[in-house]
Ligand binder design. Structure first.
Ligand code: 5AD
Ligand code: SF4
Length: 442
């Protein structure tokens, strides 16, 4: 067997793509390895969403150069591929800047990896594949070779929203939805391999639309698959939060009460400059409707601080919105200029120290909300889907409906099942509790 090491950066969609690349290369004799040392092939599946992501890739390439040289000394060859969104955005530049790289493959062309590898074995040249053959890759993918208890399933890719800060419309292309029958087949295959939770993925997953099917309809069809206990989806745009999807949160018991709905800012002026196509109050009203359908829903968001032109008053509006909504958890970032995006050339860029100070204030508020939310579970009995054994001996780890990790002293036999857990305490990153009853499936 040849050894394949895949390193994944960025979002869940990259994690899904990495697993698919590994499945694609298995018939060529590659088996997954958890380290790059001695690997016959290394794939860096990259992210381009913020500055540091691309820089990390170049420094990783520096380290890999030494490993590749070692491998060559021993008479072997380490193939080095850069995949993902940095590959899409900077393909030619990567080949020019990092001679150690053998192939560059974009997120819509990675199904061509086997052919690229064969080509590189024949002729020692370097290869670049960054076309956009929309959704063609899904036709070439293998059925999942294995599955965890919680499995990702890409249903939609790309984005037509063109938020002025974001590279996604350029790296992942325009919105494309996979046919429902393909998705349902993959969901059944995952369930057969042991998946009990399906996480539907898309850059704009709630914009899903194919052959008259909406995301809500897809969730209902997946809920009917034997073995599937829970369904989640990410990431959604407020503009695409359709009424049938909101209603599904009230009517589909397998759809978990958890929603990642990024708002980015609470200021109408900033939202406008970001081209988000809604204001702060539109978002507040939307959340009200969602809470009407599912009162206990846990909300999460992404925030950007220091967007060009953001004033102190704009930032205060963001803090106000966070207080009004109350998040279970959230991600927040300093604005970073992305080449080619409209915001990168806007005047009134915000100084780094102002961004850092705002981020600090926002993150303290968000962390307090997270702890308050986690603490609100203490003393309650909640259904936990167990996913794996924990690092601590004798414990297993699972998640509440609200995606909070929970650690419990219990046997591995419960993995893959939902059991009621009485929550006793919270540590920095996890809840802890005791089984209320033995393995009662929900
Ligand atoms: N700068 C900072 N954060 C960004 N994001 C996307 N583009 C940028 C950028 N240029 C954040 C947004 C998005 C998340 C995935 O990454 O908050 O929702
Ligand atoms: Fe980027 Fe906006 Fe599309 Fe999200 S909706 S991927 S932030 S352009």
């Amino acid at each position: 067997m040849k050894k394949l090491y895949v390193k994944t950066y960025g979002c869940q969609m990259n994690a899904y793509d990495s697993a698919k690349m590994a499945d694609l290369l298995a018939p060529l004799g590659y088996a997954a390895s958890d380290r790059p040392e001695g690997a016959d092939m290394v794939i860096l599946n990259t992210c381009h969403i913020r500055e540091k992501a691309a820089e990390k890739v170049y420094s990783e390439l520096g380290r890999l150069k030494a490993l590749k040289a070692q491998k060559a000394q021993g008479g072997g060859r380490m193939l080095l591929a850069v995949a993902g969104c940095v590959a899409q955005a900077e393909g030619e530049e990567i080949l020019a800047r990092a001679p150690v790289v053998d192939m560059v493959v974009g997120p819509q062309s990675y199904h061509r990896l086997p052919e690229m590898i064969a080509r590189s074995a024949r002729e020692a040249g370097r290869a670049l594949e960054t076309d956009f053959p929309a959704l063609e890759k899904f036709d070439s993918l293998m059925p999942p070779a294995s599955s965890g208890i919680s499995a990702f399933l890409t249903v939609q890719e790309g984005c037509d929203k063109f938020c002025t800060f974001c590279v996604v419309p350029y790296t992942r292309g325009s919105e494309q939805s996979r046919p429902p029958e393909d998705i349902l087949r993959e969901a059944r295959q995952l369930a057969d391999k042991g998946a009990r939770e399906i996480v539907l993925l898309g850059q704009n997953v709630n914009a899903y639309e194919a052959g008259g099917w909406s995301l809500a309809k897809l969730c209902d069809a997946i809920a009917a698959i034997e073995g599937i206990l829970r369904i989640r989806y990410t990431t959604s745009h407020p503009r695409d939060m359709a009424q049938d999807l909101i209603a599904a949160h009230g009517s589909n018991p397998k759809l978990m009460p958890y929603l990642h709905l990024p708002v980015q800012s609470g200021s109408d002026a900033v939202l406008e400059a970001m081209n988000r196509q809604h204001g702060g109050d539109d978002y507040r009203r939307l959340i009200e409707r969602i809470r009407d359908a599912r009162p206990d829903i846990a909300l999460t968001s992404d925030f950007i601080v220091g967007f060009p032109g953001e004033s102190d008053a704009d930032f205060d509006a963001t803090l106000r919105l966070v207080r009004d909504i109350g998040y279970a958890t959230a991600f927040s970032f300093k604005y970073s200029k992305r080449p080619g995006t409209p915001a990168s050339t806007m005047r009134k860029q915000i100084p780094e120290d102002v961004k850092a100070a705002r981020l600090d204030v926002l993150q303290k508020l968000l962390l307090k909300q997270q702890y308050d939310f986690d603490d609100s579970q203490i003393g309650k009995t909640v259904p936990v889907l167990f996913e794996k054994t924990a690092r601590d001996h004798g414990q297993i780890m699972g998640r509440t409906p609200y995606l909070q990790p929970v650690h419990v002293h219990a046997g591995a036999a419960l993995i893959g099942q939902v059991a009621e857990v009485k929550i006793a305490k919270r540590t920095a990153n996890s809840l802890h509790g005791e089984l209320a009853k033995q393995g009662v499936p929900a």
